[in-house]
Design a protein around this ligand. Structure first.
Ligand code: NAD
Length: 357
């Protein structure tokens, strides 16, 4: 092996174990074709960690993640832990990892493979060529600002949340948007509400400064209400869409819906430390243990990991092309199955992807 990549792998809960084991096989095969080794360091988080360690994110998992080249996660949570103390809920594992690793940016590619157009709730001609990335600020804005719970009484009862952005927070997310666009079609759309919000006016000012410093990237600016409309009216126009934590939360779910299947979408959280890659879906406890979960969202997350953290863009391309071919040839897990297609389980889907690598 010419090089070895250290990957912390966290299966988590529910279907996590199944989709991660399928993904590992795909990555191992893709790596072996370019003489790269994968050193998988398996760690616990979520409900699985609550059961064994008493906390959703053991220190041992944090320490290993900090030292690794990348972290690949399945999913966490499930009904078994619905009644645990809110301070140790399984989802705290993901928030904790983002905080410990300084992950201030979420990258969510929204791509509709040609063979999957019919699954979108939008008309086929609208979803033609949908292939964009939402770059969402992840650790600032109103979700992390000061808040005042409801107080007072009667008509005067009131509550508030503060939306605040500092220059450094906007500058670093714009930088990621620019770098992402340079690897794609060179177009950044910055989304804000600068006609109303002071925090958005700072956001836009810094976006315009970033545009001036990067003449090779084409910037445009949309108010969030218009962006939400454009995503359903003409989603093919976007390349990289950069926005705040709150607006990104909403727009990335809108993007997921137009793609038609949450089982297919990958994501990455990146920032100062080791980056974290995971599918956007949850632990799907309703189908766990049956071997029928769709592993493609996790396999595509691994492809992102190869591109953004492991400096293996050729492996990323290869995995993505193999997934696309698998779908074109009609292989479907139950969540995306339609009459006339070839129904497969989690492991078989991975086998087909491997055969097309
Ligand atoms: P979910 O995404 O787990 O499931 C929603 C529906 O989609 C279910 O019917 C499920 O069977 C199906 N589904 C999801 N992924 C699939 C896949 N890969 N293949 C086939 N079908 C798939 O969302 P939920 O039901 O709201 O949440 C279940 C648990 O997951 C909860 O405990 C929730 O807190 C947790 N969750 C975790 C994450 C995460 O780990 N990042 C994200 C969302 C939800």
């Amino acid at each position: 092996m010419s090089q070895v990549k250290n990957i912390v792998v966290i299966p988590g809960d529910g279907i996590g174990t199944e989709i991660i084991s399928a993904t590992r096989r795909v990555v191992d095969e893709a790596f072996s074709q370019v003489s790269v080794g994968a050193n998988w360091i398996e760690k616990r988080a979520g409900g699985a960690a609550i059961d064994v360690d008493g906390v959703p994110l053991p220190q041992d998992t944090i320490d290993a993640a900090k030292k690794a080249d990348a972290v690949l996660l399945g999913a966490v949570g499930g009904p078994k832990w619905d009644k645990v103390d809110p301070a140790i809920r399984p989802e705290k594992a993901i928030l904790g990892l983002r905080k410990e690793l300084g992950l201030f940016c979420n990258l969510r590619p929204i791509k509709i493979f040609p063979s999957m157009r019919a699954y979108s709730p939008l008309k086929a001609e609208l979803v033609d060529k949908v292939d964009f990335v939402i770059v969402r600020e992840l650790t600032g804005g109103i979700y992390f600002g000061q808040r005042q719970e409801a107080s007072g009484s009667g008509e005067q009862e009131a509550a508030w949340d503060k939306e605040e952005y500092a220059r450094y927070e906007v500058e670093r997310i714009m930088q990621i948007a620019v770098e992402t666009a340079k690897k794609r079609r060179g177009q950044v759309t910055s989304v804000d509400k600068a006609n109303v919000l002071a925090s958005s006016r700072l956001w836009r000012k810094i976006a315009e400064e970033t545009a001036q410093k990067n003449a090779d990237v084409n910037f445009d600016y949309l108010y969030v209400d218009n962006a939400a409309q454009q995503m359903v009216v003409k989603p093919g126009q976007f390349d990289v869409l950069v926005t705040t934590n709150l607006f990104g939360d909403i727009l990335s779910d809108e993007g997921a819906v137009i793609s038609g299947s949450i089982g297919l979408l990958p994501s990455a959280s990146i920032g100062q430390g080791t980056a974290l890659y995971e599918p956007i879906h949850g632990s799907a406890p309703d189908i766990m243990g049956q071997g029928i979960a769709n592993p493609l969202g996790t396999i595509l997350s691994a492809a992102m990991m190869c591109r953004y953290s492991l400096d293996l863009p050729q492996v990323a391309d290869k995995i993505e092309a193999a997934v696309e071919r698998t779908l074109e040839e009609g292989y479907r897990t139950g969540d995306i199955y339609t009459e006339g297609m070839k129904r497969v389980g989690t492991d078989q889907m991975a086998d087909v992807v491997i055969s097309y690598l």
